[in-house]
Design a protein around this ligand. Structure first.
Ligand code: SF4
Length: 468
């Protein structure tokens, strides 16, 4: 029994674009029940087509099955306004349609709270019931029901993701699919940590960040802090971290200035440099042995000079017009401050490039050079390193450029919307660095839980699944 496309049995008929009918194959007797249709489902007339659908499809695929092997439907067939949960009276009005879809089900998987509320009458937290099978009454017939998380609830919660993954494993057993290959575990040979937005924000440490450093020392995982900010010498950042309670040395900080110094010493040996930099950074360059000049340089080096003047800009312009090479420590347009952003060097790079018809060599993130230097510093192969940061287009892009692993933390600049719309993909996403120790320990632990026997068909005996 399907609802009429003009069904008006409940108030949800008012805001819908169309009735969203089930999708997939009911032939295997396995039905996934989600919540109410969201915006994408309402527009496309198909359940689970947005980000949640992608997560679900990826998880199913990881266990060797797909949408064509199960049927996917919703508790109510029309979109609740503002993506709210369906109301009890709306679920009651639509229940006859849902029950007719479940009539021949062998196994029903409830994806999220609405499904569990509707089919089990359960109102508590999902964590109490997830993956604990129960039987439910469908038109006088007992059917096995597995409550689990909605895919959307797994985006930033690894425990939820693991629980939904376990559900998919059981479904694959019901389908008689072979066990999947375990995904590759992340390798934490060495950690590169961005600073602002990752381990502190403004002048305040991110909760759990200082403990992470102690953990890394205990576990003997080498680490280095990376910052693109070249407005201060390295010792400034070491001091700042120590002032905030981090147990670090200056040598465990790699700034884009230090990376640029190494580049100049190895790739532009003996070339003279006109620095556009604050006095502390000029001193750092000089002490490192960079030949600094005020006239006729081979290179104009642009750093984040918060004391830049018209005179410096004009001199740099004249040197570049005269054939000097433009090198910049990093490409950032903006630098985060406690309550806003300051203009960084990106606009200056573009100005000089345009005015002098040149292209800058840019050293800092996302240039893989910086990651490779940090890896060398730690004595670790770049492929074994993990870059941890809050910016997709610098931190994560650098790891992507270097073909290594990355963890995006959502404690800084990037939010879920930016992540969703980006073509830069971190290996893992965490709320903050406080969650890193668990991920690292998990990567160390190659002891896998043994898999218990397959669940039996409930038409014989009620299943005892491996999580019971
Ligand atoms: S949600 Fe179900 S009962 Fe309500 S209008 Fe839509 S199809 Fe009809």
């Amino acid at each position: 029994m399907r609802p009429d496309p003009d069904c008006r049995l409940c108030g949800l008929c008012e805001g819908r674009t169309q009735v969203v009918y089930p999708d997939g194959n009911p032939g295997n007797g396995i039905i996934f029940v989600g919540e109410g249709p969201g915006e994408n489902e309402d527009l496309k007339g198909r359940p689970f087509v947005g980000k949640s659908g992608k997560i679900l499809e990826d998880m199913m695929a990881a266990h060797g099955f797909g949408r064509a092997d199960v049927m996917i439907t919703n508790t109510v067939k029309c979109r609740p306004p503002g993506n709210r949960d369906p109301l009890p009276e709306e679920m009651a009005a639509c229940r006859p349609f849902l029950f007719s879809e479940l009539e021949d089900a062998r196994l029903v998987v409830g994806l999220g709270k609405s499904a569990c509320r509707n089919l089990m009458g359960y109102e508590g937290p999902m964590s109490q019931i997830v993956n604990v099978p129960v039987t439910i009454d469908i038109n006088g017939r007992e059917v096995l029901f597995i409550p689990t998380y909605h895919p959307a609830a797994t985006i930033y919660n690894r425990n939820s993701r693991a629980a939904l993954d376990e559900t998919m494993r059981v479904v694959s057993q019901w389908l008689g699919r072979p066990e999947r290959q375990e995904p590759k575990t992340m390798r934490f040979g060495g950690l590169m940590l961005d600073m602002d937005g990752t381990v502190y924000k403004g002048g305040v440490p991110i909760p759990g960040a200082r403990e992470l450093i102690s953990f890394l020392r205990d576990q003997r995982v080498p680490f280095v802090f990376l910052t693109n900010n070249s407005s201060h010498p390295r010792s400034f950042y070491g001091d700042k971290l120590r002032r905030l309670g981090f147990d670090v040395t200056d040598r465990e900080v790699l700034t884009s200035t230090i990376a640029t110094i190494r580049f100049l010493l190895s790739q532009r040996m003996g070339r003279t440099v006109y620095p556009v930099a604050v006095p502390g950074v000029v001193d750092e360059l000089r002490e490192a042995g960079i030949p600094l000049v005020e006239e006729d340089p081979d290179i104009v080096l642009l750093t984040f000079d918060t004391m830049i003047t018209y005179e410096k800009i004009n001199r740099a312009y004249r040197f570049l017009k005269g054939g000097a090479e433009l090198i910049a420590t990093h490409p950032d347009d903006l630098c985060p401050t406690e309550d806003s952003y300051d203009i960084d060097i990106g606009p200056f790079i573009r100005m000089f490039e345009q005015m002098c018809q040149t292209t800058a060599t840019v050293i800092g993130k996302p240039n893989r050079l910086m990651l490779e230097m940090a890896a060398r510093e730690m004595g670790v192969d770049p492929g074994e390193c993990v870059m941890v940061g809050d910016r997709l287009y610098t931190d994560i892009a650098m790891a992507q450029n270097a073909g290594t692993q990355s963890v995006l933390v959502l404690s800084g600049e990037t939010d879920e919307g930016m992540l969703e719309g980006s073509d830069i993909h971190p290996t893992a996403v965490l709320g903050s660095v406080a969650e890193l120790p668990e991920l690292i320990l998990q990567s160390f632990d190659d002891r896998r839980q043994p898999v218990a026997g397959h669940p039996t068909d409930p038409r014989g005996q009620v299943a005892r699944c491996s999580w019971l």
